[in-house]
Design a protein around this ligand. Structure first.
Ligand SMILES: [Zn+2]
Ligand SMILES: [Zn+2]
Length: 253
């Protein structure tokens, strides 16, 4: 018997890898027929060229021990934001800062349906995956509001989670978290208003979670309000530990 199919978990992983490979083959064929332009600098021949990928500002130490925001001072200290707000995730980490080429790439992924980018952005996340992250964690994408999901046709958080999951050999479950109500866009809201906007907006399925440690996945973290609400729901459903890992971290104003 194919060892990849020897357990339900392996079979699911195999199916996920097969789907991702099909997706990549499809997009490589599209690239062959219609040569892409870099979503950040416009250079022909690449969806996200090597020099733009190299120009992504990574979140590197020293970082806030709680929220992972780059610090000006020493490592391990809490940042100003964490001294005033209480994040409900056990730890928050991002791969890079939401500016420059990474901001343009995320915009292309979300609004121009450029799913060819997903593989490159998934690689970037996998490279930034912390060595001390909880083993065998379940990757849980933050659900998109129903209206935005149907307008966009996909949830970028789930696309990134699946890319990351197959690279790291971790399971992804896009149905653990559900929205209990629709919320307005968080764009343009301050930290307090963001918290109020998403308060109690999520519920998690204990049956799907089965007491596992969870890592929330999203494209961008701004204040952490949505991630905090998702963490509250996951903990209520029995998650003993909830981390959050996002592709990008918004700069603070
Ligand atoms: Zn470029
Ligand atoms: Zn912090």
């Amino acid at each position: 018997m194919n060892p990849l199919l020897s357990s339900p978990h392996s079979a699911r992983l195999f199916a996920a890898r097969f789907a991702i490979n099909l997706d990549e083959i499809f997009w490589k064929s599209v690239d062959f027929l219609i040569p892409p332009r870099c979503v950040a600098c416009g250079m022909a021949g690449h969806t996200f060229c090597a020099s733009c990928a190299a120009a992504v500002q990574l979140c590197v130490a020293p970082l806030c021990a709680k929220c992972g925001f780059p610090l000006a001072g020493s490592a391990g200290a809490a940042c100003d934001f964490c001294s005033r707000h209480s994040l409900k995730v056990d730890r928050l980490i991002a791969a890079g800062m939401h500016r420059g080429p990474l901001q343009l790439a995320i915009h292309a992924l979300k609004y121009r349906r450029n799913r060819a980018l997903a593989a490159q952005l998934g690689s970037l996340m996998a490279a930034a995956w912390p060595a001390d992250a909880p083993a065998n964690a379940l990757l849980v994408p933050v659900p998109l509001a129903r209206q935005r999901r149907s307008a966009r046709g996909f949830n970028q958080a789930e696309v990134l989670a699946r890319q990351l999951g197959w690279r790291l050999g971790l399971r992804v479950d896009g149905a653990v978290l559900q929205r209990t109500r629709e919320t307005r866009s968080q764009v343009g809201l301050g930290a307090v208003a963001r918290g109020e906007n998403v308060s109690g907006a999520f519920t998690a399925s204990a049956r799907r979670l089965r007491g596992r440690r969870a890592v929330l996945i999203d494209d961008v973290c701004t204040t952490g309000a949505t991630l905090s609400e998702c963490a509250i729901a996951l903990r209520a459903a029995g998650a003993p530990l909830v981390w959050a890992f996002t592709l990008a971290r918004a700069a603070r104003t």
